[in-house]
Ligand binder design. Structure first.
Ligand code: PLP
Length: 383
């Protein structure tokens, strides 16, 4: 061990994206597999848009020059998109309400730096949920307070959360992370959860991650102007089909945005990524036109998986489905799920084992058919 490395990092492990691609032991090209493990859109950018983007790259991007560090054009385009989706009069949001990240992952880290660093705060998460909040907090030495969710519908255990916030001192809870709809369990915030986050005091930041907004069409953005202690996170990685280019954004009170702008690296978003996201904004109607089709595929996939008597699944407000094995004792659950994942991987379908269940993204109709077949085979192989 190199002795200059911070000692606590030895206990942490890196996030492993796409198990089975880059670090895989079997040399299968990931493209040959059905990658329904990371909730991306199954559809690439339409060819006409890729051509436009290629043209922009050739004609307008000077690779020897730094990108636009103000990111003004993209912020403006996003502000318009956010207003369009909000039920608010006038220009409720402007570029001053937007900060851009190299993926929303970067914004999560910036939020942590802006609120909790130097021993000033802990964060609270309700598991199972998106793992990056805790992973990033741990790399910054920020304590993570974890509570559970109701088994029936994965609503946050509000009583436990309230108690945990009251009990946590030195440092107190400064940020509560919620996901709307949650990953991996696909449930949107309930009225009770909304009441709870509304009731949190102004010295606690509520980060509402709406990575799946375009699928769920539910947002708390209308409530944001009344809540300066809320921040909404969104991304171009899912519905907008730009996961490869790493663009996320935060919508918040200008004072919080100004703090995030201080923390971000000056050129955090490459010129090509800014161009692609700006293009996606101006062609949003075409890009989002496929959403109803993906949701219909999700419902078909849900019905087909629902036919497998061994599985329990939960309603989804997003582009993925969460499931567990019925009648399996808790101590055997993870082992059985790992075998299902391994079996499916060998057959060519990648799914995600997380939070004590399996998360399956909605793919193309052909991929979904194979997902169901292979799930069936994997369950049969358990016997
Ligand atoms: C996929 C996802 C994101 C997106 O992260 P990026 O860094 O923007 O790709 C953020 N939050 C949740 C809950 C997600 O599932």
């Amino acid at each position: 061990m190199l002795s200059f490395i911070r000692s606590d990092l030895a206990q942490l492990s890196a996030y492993t994206p796409h198990p089975g691609s880059a670090t895989d032991e079997t040399p299968v090209v990931p493209r040959d597999r059905d990658r329904v493990d990371t909730n991306e859109s199954p559809y690439d950018l339409p060819a006409v848009l890729k051509e436009k983007l290629a043209w922009i790259y050739q004609q307008q991007i000077e690779t020897n020059r730094y990108p636009d560090g103000s990111q003004a054009q993209l912020k403006q385009a996003i502000a318009e998109y956010v207003c369009e989706g909000a039920n608010l009069e006038g220009q409720a949001f402007s570029a001053a309400h937007i900060s851009l990240g190299n993926g929303s992952d970067e914004l999560i880290r910036s939020l942590l730096i802006a609120t909790c660093l130097k021993g000033e705060g802990s964060i609270l998460v309700a598991n199972p949920t998106f793992s990056m909040y805790a992973i990033l907090a741990h790399t910054l030495g920020i304590p993570v307070v974890e509570v559970g969710r109701q088994e029936a519908n994965f609503e946050i255990d509000i009583a436990a959360a309230t108690e945990a916030i009251a009990a946590t001192q030195n440092p107190p809870v400064r940020v509560v992370f919620v996901v709307h709809p949650n990953s991996p369990t696909a449930n949107p915030l309930t009225e009770a959860e909304l009441d709870w986050i509304r009731s949190l005091p102004p010295d606690i930041l509520v980060a509402i991650d709406e990575a799946y907004f375009e699928f769920s069409q539910t947002s708390v953005v209308d409530l944001l102007p009344q809540h300066p202690n809320w921040v909404i996170l969104r991304t171009f990685s899912k519905a907008f089909r730009l996961a490869a280019l790493r663009v996320g954004y935060a919508i918040a009170h200008p004072e919080l945005i100004a703090a995030l702008e201080k923390i971000r690296l000056p050129y955090n978003l490459p010129a090509f990524s800014q161009a692609a996201a700006t293009l996606a904004m101006s062609h949003r109607q075409e890009l989002l036109a496929i959403i109803p089709q993906i949701l219909a595929s999700r419902d078909d996939l849900f019905a087909a998986i629902g036919q497998l008597p061994e599985l329990q699944l939960w309603p989804s407000a997003a582009n993925f489905i969460y499931l567990r094995l019925k009648n399996t004792p808790p101590e055997l659950m993870n082992g059985a799920l790992a075998r299902i994942v391994g079996h499916m991987k060998a057959e060519g379908t990648l799914i995600r084992h997380t939070g004590g269940g399996l998360r399956v993204s909605v793919g193309t109709p052909e991929e979904n058919k194979r997902t169901v077949q292979r799930l069936k085979g994997a369950i049969a192989s358990l016997a």
